[in-house]
Ligand binder design. Sequence first.
Ligand code: ADP
Ligand code: MG
Length: 257
Amino acid sequence: MSDATIVRAEGLRRSYGSGTAKVEALRGVSFTIGAGELVVLRGRSGSGKTTLLNLLGGLDRPSDGTVTVAGRRLDTISSAQLLELRREKVSYIFQSFGLIPILSAAENVGVPLRLLGVPAVQREERVKVLLQLVGLGDHMRQRAHELSGGQQQRVAIARALAAKPTLLLADEPTGQLDSRTGAQIMNLLRTLVHSEGVTALIATHDTSLMEIADRVLTISDGVLTEGAAETPGAAETPGAAESAVPAQVTGAAEAAG
Ligand code: ADP
Ligand code: MG
């Protein structure tokens, strides 16, 4: 058991629409992630992965249930506090990289540091170290749109780590890459998540990428189970997620810094 709980979800529900058009994307999801853990969230397309990540990243609010990240209840805090949390504690990696195409690799990585008001000298030093860590030390001045998909995702990883986030969320980070590049990116993510001491949740539908995980969670039709279900998308015991939640006081584990 880890010292600190970074993520705690309890009875999380999220539905879209109403009446006959109602979609229950999450049906009572409960789990915790401890400090420094790298958890892979696997599940088929449409199983609820993005919906869950959006709730953890403060991009969306649950229909019911509670979600705590780095000691803060996201389901009840104000929009201003959510913004602050997104700037300081949580970072995202997307399938489509999400870089600003006309900015250089270095400028893209520096964006979160600018938002935090980090002085130029420190910013440039951190950016340089990060781009070297992701193997792009020789591409710092190249514009993002001139880089390959794999290189762009490396820049996005460097950017996501720039401000030393508490929680890194990655939504299908290898979805647009060939399988070999995808495996390289996942291995790089594992190495950096551990060396930078970040806690990470990585969503993927690719079962071949689960080996990088400290722990695997499987989601199927909005129901979460601990571990990797045998058949893709076929989580057998919908009740199992509840038993994965240890008794611990919500909000007690502030693990920032
Ligand atoms: P995944 O990321 O695993 O592919 P999603 O979380 O995107 O799954 O979607 C889960 C379910 O919720 C799907 O049935 C999807 O169609 C539905 N859904 C997701 N976003 C919306 C939305 N904004 N409006 C209506 N339905 C949605
Ligand atoms: Mg998705």
